[in-house]
Design a binder for this molecule. Structure first.
Ligand code: KIV
Ligand code: ZN
Length: 517
């Protein structure tokens, strides 16, 4: 049994199925690049036949992201497999991931097929996929609720057909750790050719047990776990990559297993996925939540100051949080600002640094302490890697208890100016309705979230906006001490992305080339 557990990341496929968590192609590419820095073994980049956008994303990731194997999901049909290969063929290490359900409940109600028919389809799919590449993964969807003997039969047959990885999904998050561990152990015991493949676990979190089940699978002999950054995914999500990896790292005495993950990239990966999807990480989330390494209680603080290990089982630095808790303020100079950004792994051009520093000074003048999270938000807000079709120049919003919220807005667009006023049911609504009057860009508002970057009423507010157009989604973010201003900036950034990427796609007839967000 190998000591090394493979990490198969499905943030871009299963994770992206989170309600409200979809990303556009360029955002998926940015996540894939970060997953490569994190050093996952496999990136599942999408489900190519499911939509043209998914197809393009898988193709782009296959063309541009080096390091991990790149997987694309497909049902057990030739059409799906052909389409997946069309996108995956550019990868240095392509993996075709084909699946079919094996539980009677899925066979009867969804597939309307007999067990024999499903077995044949599974074998035929693996054989057909094998004609394209060597690395083939087969998933027995709803394996946990499948008849065990039948599951053994399918697993044995797909391995004989050439599957190099066999994945055992708990599709509906139904399993309990002891039960799931036993299932993996029994498959290893009963399937005669099991050693010819890597056995994998894929757990959903409906009962909050996905990480526990994945770890039970590792203890029972699984060689791969499938997971997502921040545990995002359909319904209650998938197993969280950061929790699995840090459990294996923190308890070598129990697991005796390693991964290839560069844990110092965990925090950055978490922030990127949260920023791009707009799915906020809960403050008390294990490993990457804002409070995960914070000690409020005096007795804890005292203990940690004496000896870290009294109350800390992991080093914050291990996941890429910076060592010093240096807080900047209005007296901090450019040198300290620049040094702090460098420690946070943020590198800017001179122009961008100038812009970010000017903004930092404005914020520091109004806010006593500027934390790392504030710096990251300032940089994200100030540094635009795409041209601004619209720039917010002036905004005046009036709201009172009994009155009608009103916004007056002036935007700069090219060499001209656009000015108008409008009303809404609230201040943000008035701002957005007014902007809509000014810009000639068809779109729909898909999602709007607001969060405070740190604590206190003087905290920076960070707004994420998703706009839809032609089946694509454009995410904008804005940060400000005033949430109405942050809301306006986020909306305008999303509109700017829409204008830019739409034009870019038109010029390159569908496939965006290298894009840096
Ligand atoms: O949950 C599941 O069963 C899946 C498979 C398609 C791998 O996501
Ligand atoms: Zn799944």
């Amino acid at each position: 049994m190998s000591k090394r557990i493979k990490i198969f990341d499905t943030t871009l496929r299963d994770g992206e199925q989170s309600p409200g968590g979809s990303m556009n192609i360029e955002e998926k590419l940015a996540v894939a690049r970060q997953l490569a820095r994190l050093k996952v073994d496999v990136i599942e980049a999408g489900f190519p036949i499911s939509s043209p956008g998914d197809f393009e994303a898988v193709k782009l990731v296959a063309q541009q992201v080096k390091g991990p194997a790149i997987a694309g999901l497909c049902r057990a049909t030739r059409g799906d497999i052909d389409r997946a290969w069309e996108a995956l063929q550019y990868a240095k290490k392509p993996r075709i991931h084909t699946f079919i359900a094996t539980s009677d409940i899925h066979l009867q109600h969804k597939l309307k097929k007999s067990r024999e028919e499903v077995l044949d389809a599974a074998v035929a799919a693996v054989k057909y996929a094998k004609s394209y590449c060597e690395d083939i993964e087969f998933s027995a969807e709803d394996a946990v609720r499948s008849d065990f003997d039948y599951l053994c039969q399918v697993v044995e047959a797909v391995i004989a057909a050439g599957a190099t990885t066999v994945n055992i999904p708990d599709t509906v998050g139904y399993a309990i750790p002891t039960e799931f561990g036993k299932l993996i152990a029994n498959l290893i015991k009963k399937v005669p050719n099991i050693k010819a493949c890597t056995l994998s676990a894929h757990c959903h979190n409906d009962l909050g047990l996905s990480v526990a089940n994945s770890l039970a699978a590792v203890q029972a002999g699984a060689g791969q776990v499938e997971c997502t950054i921040n545990g995002i995914g359909e319904r209650a999500g998938n197993a969280a990559l950061e929790e699995i990896v840090m459990a294996l790292n923190t308890r070598p005495d129990i697991f005796g297993k390693t991964t290839g993950i560069n844990t110092k990239e965990i925090y950055r990966s978490s922030r990127l996925v949260s920023d791009l999807t707009g799915l906020v990480v809960q403050a008390n989330k294990a490993i990457v939540g804002r409070n995960a390494f914070a000690h409020e209680a005096g007795i804890h603080q005292h203990g940690v100051l004496q000896e870290k290990r009294t109350y800390e089982i992991m080093d914050a630095q291990a996941i890429g949080l910076s060592e010093s808790q240096l807080v900047l303020g209005k007296h901090s100079g450019r040198h300290a600002f620049e040094a702090r950004l460098r420690e946070l792994g943020i590198q800017l051009t001179k122009d961008d640094l100038d812009k970010a520093f000017t903004r930092f000074k404005e914020v520091a003048d109004k806010k006593k302490e500027v934390f790392d999270e504030d710096l990251e938000a300032i940089v994200a807000d100030e540094v635009h890697s795409i041209p601004e079709a619209y720039h917010l120049e002036y905004m005046n919003v009036m709201a009172s208890l009994e009155g009608v919220p009103t916004a007056t807005i002036r935007l700069k667009s090219g060499d001209g100016e656009l000015l108008d006023a409008g009303i809404g049911v609230g201040s943000v609504d008035a701002v957005y309705k007014t902007i809509d009057k000014l810009v000639d860009v068809p779109h729909e508002l898909i999602d709007y979230t607001v969060k405070s970057v740190t604590g206190g009423t003087d905290a920076l507010g960070e707004v994420t906006v998703k706009l839809g157009n032609d089946g694509n989604i454009y995410t904008g973010r804005g940060a400000s001490l005033d949430i109405i201003e942050a809301s306006a900036k986020a909306y305008i950034q999303a509109l700017n992305k829409l204008v830019y990427y739409k034009a870019k796609r038109k010029n390159s007839s569908g496939a965006p080339s290298k894009v840096i967000l």
